[in-house]
Design a protein around this ligand. Structure first.
Ligand code: ADP
Ligand code: GLC
Length: 473
């Protein structure tokens, strides 16, 4: 089958979070299964763009309302990622350093989607499936079915839409509806949700199939979907939960070139001790104490706002018997607070405010526990990386965390789970972590070895997507 993935992120070209990891790995595994999966994304000005060789494959003209634009599509020459990567360049709109966060993001991603439809419309053949990811690509299922200039050739191509995160929906005011290529105006309801053009809602309505990145999240969306609950209930017949995998070539402690010492499950104790020593040295922490880390976006969804209080309470209540490390960026006030706490709790807590791919690998390798108190977690990849690196996940009982981590109190359990995103639940769990680390060495050692044998690679999920595509033919 020929599959075109359309997304705003794809690692290593551009990544802001798990979406980039997924789009950078799933197509590779689909190709390994004998299919032809490709990715098309915007051309941002990233290091990967400058470090690689590109060939021009298409040039075209389109317009966003009355604004005319030219676009070009370039392809990475060597297939080095294990799939063909296409970038859409629109001068002045997409060629920026960051992925998101500009005032004209609506115009940027809408132009990108129009250019993708236009390019596919001009291809000499059609792909078997168009697979769109999250709201930045959510208007494509509507446009290819309903816009006059695309529908003749493209309307029959099956579309799959994956909801990675329904908190962000890409809302566009109706005053901008003229941006869209012409369509029968009576079809406006396919774009609308609560008096705005809602790309996430439109995709859920128009895509042939909808998937979410874990089963539990699919169930949760029917009760909590940032306003789209009724829609997810209504469309449940065409919706499926397919758990994300991890790229086990990129995330392998035995070959990872970003960490101080490579190890596998036989060498886990020694390997982690060495990585922890390096990490603790770098951040002024005590390598003999359990190290509990957090990696992620500093936003409410991840319950990052609880970290300052939960960490200080834990340090006081557990008499400084654990160390904490935070890597993240996001809410400026929270960033500031975490920076200030470094002085107050020096030797017990440290943070790196910013984005660092290599430090994230070092933290998964060098920490004893990884804390994820998320309020919403559609899948979560960090806990799967932690498992692969022999780091005990401490997670809230929600979404993909619930589907991938069991509690050490249950038979064969290998993690620490808690129910609420609250300071109390976190400090209590920190107590359990310290007890495990200090008083239960046999259980701790068994857990680490066991979790490293769990296979979360993409093999099975990549096949589930293929089966879903086949059901659409
Ligand atoms: P989300 O996509 O909601 O942010 P995921 O758990 O799916 O959450 O994926 C987060 C990804 O982003 C992981 O690969 C994680 O290591 C990475 N990440 C998040 N914040 C940072 C950061 N500050 N520096 C480096 N990597 C980060
Ligand atoms: C989203 C979710 C995260 C998920 C990722 C990849 O960003 O917040 O839980 O793992 O997408 O699907």
């Amino acid at each position: 089958m020929e599959i075109i993935h359309v997304a705003a992120e794809c690692y290593p070209m551009a990544k802001a979070g798990g979406l980039g990891d997924v789009v950078g790995a799933l197509p590779k595994y689909q190709n390994q299964l004998g299919h032809v999966a490709k990715v098309v994304m915007p051309m941002y000005r990233t290091k990967f763009l400058y470090d690689n060789q590109w060939e021009l494959v298409h040039e075209g003209n389109q317009h966003l309302g009355q604004h005319f634009f030219r676009y070009s599509v370039i392809k990475e020459k060597t297939n080095k990622l294990g799939f063909d990567l296409y970038l859409v360049d629109i001068n002045g709109l997409l060629d920026r350093e960051n992925i998101y966060g500009y005032d004209d993001d609506t115009e940027r991603f809408l132009s990108f989607q129009i250019a993708v439809c236009d390019w596919l419309n001009k291809w000499e053949h059609t792909p078997d499936v168009i697979h769109c990811h999250d709201h930045h690509t959510g208007l494509i299922p509507f446009m290819i079915k309903n816009c006059f200039e695309f529908r003749e050739k493209l309307a029959g191509i099956p579309t799959v839409f994956t909801v990675h995160n329904a908190q962000y929906q890409g809302w566009i005011g109706w005053d901008k509806y003229y941006y869209l290529p012409a369509f029968d105006s009576w079809k406006w309801g396919l774009l609308d949700w609560d008096k705005a053009i809602n790309p996430m809602a439109s995709a859920v309505k128009c895509a042939w199939k909808v998937t979410t990145v874990s089963n539990s999240y699919l169930t949760e969306l029917k009760g909590a979907a940032n306003g789209l609950e009724n829609l997810f209930n209504y469309e449940q017949g065409k919706s499926y939960g397919i758990l994300n995998g991890i790229d086990s070539q990129v995330w392998d402690p035995l070959t990872d070139s970003m960490i101080a010492k490579n190890y596998d499950k036989e060498l886990v104790e020694k390997g982690k001790r060495k990585n922890k020593k390096e990490l603790a040295g770098q951040f002024g922490l005590d390598p003999d104490k359990p190290l509990i880390s957090f990696v992620g976006r500093l936003v409410g969804e991840k319950a990052a706002d609880l970290l300052p209080e939960a960490i200080s309470q834990s340090i006081y209540q557990h008499h400084g018997n654990a160390n904490f490390l935070v890597l993240g960026s996001g809410d400026p006030e929270l960033e500031e607070r975490l920076n200030q706490m470094k002085k107050q709790f020096g030797g017990f807590f440290n943070s790196y405010i910013g984005y660092s791919e290599s430090l994230s690998h070092q933290i998964y390798a060098g920490s004893d526990f990884l804390l994820m108190p998320s309020r919403v977690e559609p899948c979560g990849l960090n806990q799967m990386y932690a498992l692969r690196y022999g780091t005990v996940p401490m997670v809230r009982n929600i979404g993909g965390l619930k589907d991938t981590v069991t509690d050490m109190g249950d038979p064969q359990g290998f993690g620490i789970r808690f129910d609420k995103a609250s300071v109390w639940d976190i400090t209590y769990s920190v107590g359990r972590a310290i007890d495990l680390y200090t008083n239960k060495p046999d259980l701790y050692s068994w857990m680490r070895k066991y979790m490293m044998t769990i296979d979360h690679s993409w093999d099975s999920s990549a096949q589930q997507y293929i089966d879903l595509y086949k059901s659409l033919k």
